[in-house]
Structure formats: C-alpha cells, structure tokens
Design a protein. Structure first.
Length: 616
C-alpha cells in the first residue's frame, strides 16, 4: 500500500508532465519509397531575420551546431527566486556560496499562456515570416512541481511550447535535423526557439524497401556491435530520418526508427534508440578485414556505395578500439580474463548522414590476450579544484558510439576543469557511483568531482555499468546504493532512458531517488526513452562551457537540438524550507552554473524536493 503522501505525489504526475500524447505511426506497407532531394539545409539568413522581426525577438536568431536558435536565458524555464543568504560559507572546494530560494507567491503570480493562444501566436508569426510549411502543430507545457512530506506543495507551468511535425510520402520526418519548436513565456514572448527543418522535394527515384526481418539483423548489429546479446527485443517504425544540421545532406531517405530493450539481472533495461536505413541502394556498404598478430589486432575498412566523404567509427567487444577513426586501425587486445573471440564493428556514415555497418570476428588462441593495463586511479579526495568525470558503455553493452558523447563533452570541459576520470566499456564500474558505506568507491570517482556525465542504459530505478556480473549480465547502479554529494559531486547528468520517469509502478521520483541525494544539487536525465543521436554531449558541453548557461537550461537546450521530437527531458533536486517563511520560500540549487557563476550551498535531505519536465 502506498503512503498517502506518495499517492498525492503520484496524482499530479499527469499534470506535471502535461504533454501531448504520441501519435501512432501510419501503417507503412509500400514496397518502394521515394528519395527526397535536399534543396536547403534549413531556413535562410533572410528568413531568420524575418522570424526575429515577426516574434519581436530581443537578439537575432543564430545558428548553434547548424540549427537556427534563439534563447532568452532570463525567461527560459525561469522560476522566481530570491537570495536569502548572500554568504552561506565555503563549499567542499573552498569556493564561496550563497542560498537562493524559490519564491512561491511570485511563482503563483506567473502568467500562463494557454495552448490555444500559444498556437495562434506562433503560427501567425511563422506565417508572417514565410515559414508556414513546417508541418502540423501541437502544444505541450513545461511544468515544475514542488513536493514535501505531505505531498504536493505547488505546481506551475513555466512555458507553453508549439512543436511541428511533418510527413512526406505518408511517413513522419524525424531526427535532429527535423526539430522545429517555439516556447512562449506567460506574457507571450519567446523564451526559446529552434527551427531545424530541411527543405526537400520528392524525386523520381524510388528504392525498394528492405524487409523488416533483414533490417532487424542490421539493427541488432547497430545496437550490439556484433557482441552477444540473446535477450535483445526490438520495435520499429518506418520514418524519413533527417541527420543533424551539421551534416550537409543532399538527400533524405527512409529509415527504420528502432527502440530496443534487453534484460539485465531480471530487470528490463531500455536502450538508446537508433536509426537504420530502410531502403536498398542508399547506405554505404563497408567491408572490414582484421588480422591478429600476437595480441595486436590490425584491420582495414573498404567502402562501396553511399556518398563520399565517409566517416568511420569503430567498436569492439573487448573495448580495445572505440570511437572515430580512419579506414585503417590497430589496437592491443586486452582483457582482465582470457578472450576466446573478438568482434570489431565499423559504422560508416556518408555525406547524407546514412550509416552502414559491418562486423568481423576473430577466434583468439590461448595466450594471445595481453594482460590489461592498470586501471588508473582517481586522485584521492581533492579540494579547491574544478573537476569532472565521464563514464560510458559501448558496443558490448549495445551502445556503439556512446563514447563520442563523453569525448565531445570532455573536449569542451577540459578548457575550464580537470578531468578526474574517463571510464568506458568494461572499465566503467558500478562501484564508481556507489557509496563506500554500501560497498562502492564513489569517493575516489563520482563523488570526487563536481560534475559526472554518464551515457548508459537506464530504467526508472537505476542505470547499467560496463562491468560484468559473472552471470551473463552487467552490474548496475540502483538508487538504493548511491549517496551522491556527501563528497564533492554537485551535478549528475545521465544520458539514459527513463531514469527520471516521474511515476513508475506507483513509485514516484521522490520514492526512488531522493535518498541518493546527500548534498547533490541537480540530477539531469530523461523521463522517456532517449536516443543515441550524434552531438548531444557536444551540445551539452557547449551550452555549459561556451554559452555559460545554467545547467538546467544547458541540458534542456541540448535535448531540443539533439533529441527527436517527443522525447521528455527532466531535472530534479532537493529543497529546504526557509525558516520563518511559512513554506512560501524554499532554498534550491536550481540556478546553478558549472564553473561560470555563483555557487549555491549543498542541501541535505529534508523531505522536500522539486522536479521539472519538458518535451522536445
């Protein structure tokens, strides 16, 4: 039986998420489908100026990672706050802190724009700017909720969003290159805008649709990198995939959009989504050859078809080779235990953003596996240093290419902070994120940095590491094992599916995760499944480091530019009532910036917390 407070928290979940329901895809039974020619990568400079004029924007629309974007950081997801303690002492790194509090009376007075009014304003402005063909419009609202031991305290809409979806040849156009939405504040002004939408025309060229069962085999290869997974469960739909705006694609072609899950230790774990070409004759066709000399694997990839130039990305079951490369490669075969087989998978992406895969497998003779290099230890607990760490799973855990998010984020964060650790594949251990009192070692790793960025499979109760459990599965990190923030950690960023789902089986976010917050400021993640699309780690790092946005805004903006429409992102953190305020003010860490602004003081568990959700 649920505690009454849990029931009250659960009853407002629908309002907190207040999102449009997903529209089921049409039955796609065509034997052939057309290829679409790209006439323009997005809106023109003149159209961007027209948009700025039509919406009366304060600053020009500019391109961020190729996407026409506008952000009013003073209005986007703004929660009225006041500084209640200008000098709250020093944090664990010796930096001065303050205490800022949500102001509930001011929050209650925020204007809320109705979905109908938002739809009318946005469609009119876009029509005035000559952009009336972005697709069918729908609305959703971003809402914050505050909770305490007795249940819900307050709930307020922070923005009303109008999103656009297009269909061509009866199929939805999806992907980071087709992501147009506008969010309005309560006064009708634009707080955020991004208009990723390629202009395309239908050609006379049609291609034969790849049978679903054959595409499933390619999808399994894309998810697993050729590494064994006997419990992979796939679901698919036909779409037209538009790659990231940084890809200068000349054609948009049909793909299967895949979602997948697997079972780990009896727990269903959701995998980051993938896209696989759905028609013949459009994807590059790689052929990889490998040889083993002692413990050294060398190889080369040849490519036919597709459109040059090509990019290459490699994954291996051992984790010895990962990330971008060229047509040739070489690496040392290392493992904690002797290997009997190794698989190397290449993903070759062409100039249109279409990817083809190939896998080569080696039988490993006894004695060929070199002993692993020592797992580098993080420095013993340090203070006075800006620092971060990254962890990621790989092909052997069904996320080929996940390391790129970590590498991209690291390349930006390295400019302002010290990287304490970067653990990937089998070197990404569950104990890095588990408290020492519960058998872990996070005081040397996750709780020895300010910010941890993790790419992994997730579910509402935790996430999977890369470390084998000895029973054919992988060890995981569950909410009951973490106490983040009792060391150094302020911000936990999880590119994982459903870790921030508000209500799961009668257990709310509070019931699942709150006890793991032991000084943690912010937990970032997703309520729905997320996708392993190119550029998310780079976008998040750019927003944090270069744009110096609040961490909440940085994660939201990265989601809007690098996740497909319909994905729901979220944030949560602890609250502390301001003494004498009669529960009208609550201290939070909501306005934190990473290494570029005022730092807020840690909040120890008090039974109060907040959560906010938004839809791409």
């Amino acid at each position: 039986m649920l505690h009454p407070a849990a029931v009250r928290r659960a009853t407002i979940a629908a309002a907190l998420l207040s999102l449009a329901a997903a529209t089921p895809s049409p039955a796609a039974t065509a034997k052939r489908l057309p290829v679409y020619k790209v006439n323009a990568q997005g809106i023109s400079s003149a159209q961007a100026k027209a948009v700025a004029k039509a919406f009366d924007l304060r600053t020009p629309v500019r391109r961020v990672q190729g996407v026409p974007t506008y952000l009013d950081s003073a209005r986007f997801l703004r929660v009225p706050s006041v500084v209640v303690t200008p000098d709250a002492g020093l944090d664990e790194d010796g930096n001065p802190t303050n205490e800022q509090a949500f102001d509930l009376p001011a929050l209650a007075k925020l204007k809320v724009l109705s979905p109908a009014d938002a739809l009318s304003r946005v469609t009119k402005a876009l029509d005035d700017a000559g952009l009336g063909e972005l697709g069918s419009a729908s609305t959703s609202q971003s809402r914050i909720g505050l909770f305490g031991p007795a249940g819900a305290i307050a709930s307020k809409v922070l923005g009303t969003q109008v999103s656009f979806k297009r269909k061509i040849s009866g199929l939805p156009v999806v992907g980071p290159g087709e992501n147009a939405s506008v969010m309005l504040a309560g006064d009708g002004s634009v707080s955020r805008l991004n208009l990723a939408s390629r202009r395309v025309t239908k050609t006379d060229t049609t291609r034969k649709v790849i049978p679903a069962e054959k595409a499933d085999a390619t999808a399994a290869q894309a998810f697993t990198g050729g590494c064994p997974n006997q419990q992979l469960k796939l679901s698919r739909r036909l779409v037209y995939y538009s790659p990231p705006a940084t890809v200068k694609a000349r054609a948009v072609v049909p793909h299967y959009e895949y979602r997948a899950s697997t079972v780990n230790g009896g727990q269903v774990v959701n995998l980051l989504g993938r896209y696989v070409p759905a028609v013949q004759g459009v994807a590059p066709v790689p052929k990889i050859t490998v040889t083993l000399n002692g413990s050294t694997v060398t190889g080369r990839t040849g490519v036919k078809g597709g459109k040059a130039p090509y990019t290459y990305s490699y994954t291996t079951c051992s984790g010895g080779l990962a990330g971008p490369g060229g047509p040739s490669f070489s690496y040392q075969l290392q493992s904690r235990e002797p290997l009997s087989r190794e698989s190397v998978t290449v993903a070759v992406t062409d100039a249109n953003g279409v990817t083809g895969y190939d896998t080569a497998t080696l039988e490993i003779p006894p004695g060929a596996t070199a002993p692993p290099s020592a797992r580098r230890r993080a420095t013993a607990s340090v203070t006075g240093v800006k620092d971060f760490g990254v962890s990621y799973i790989g092909a052997e855990q069904d996320v080929p290419g996940a390391e790129q998010h970590a590498l991209d984020f690291s390349a930006l964060a390295d400019d302002v902070a010290v990287k304490r650790y970067s653990w990937g594949h089998a070197n990404f251990w569950d104990t890095d994120y588990i408290d020492p009192s519960l058998g872990g070692d996070d005081s040397s790793y996750a709780d020895n940095v300010d910010l941890a960025f993790v790419t992994a499979h997730g579910w509402p109760g935790g996430f999977v590491s890369g470390r084998a459990d000895g029973a054919g599965g992988l060890r995981d990190v569950q909410f009951s094992e973490a106490k983040w923030g009792n060391g150094d950690m302020e911000w936990m960023a999880l590119l994982s599916c459903q870790t921030l789902k508000f209500n799961d089986g009668g257990k709310t976010l509070f019931d699942r995760w709150y006890k793991s917050w032991a000084g943690l400021h912010l937990q970032l993640g997703f309520s729905t499944n997320a996708y392993n699309t190119d550029g998310f780690g780079k976008a998040f790092g750019f927003n944090v480091i270069k744009l110096k946005l609040p961490i909440v805004s940085a994660w939201a903006l990265a989601s809007h530019t690098n996740q497909p429409a319909g994905v729901v992102y979220g944030f949560a953190g602890p609250l502390k009532p301001v003494p004498g305020s009669n529960n009208t003010q609550f201290i939070s860490n909501y306005n934190d910036k990473a290494w570029s602004g005022p730092s807020s003081a840690d909040i120890q568990p008090t039974g109060y917390y907040w959560a906010l959700y938004g839809q791409v």
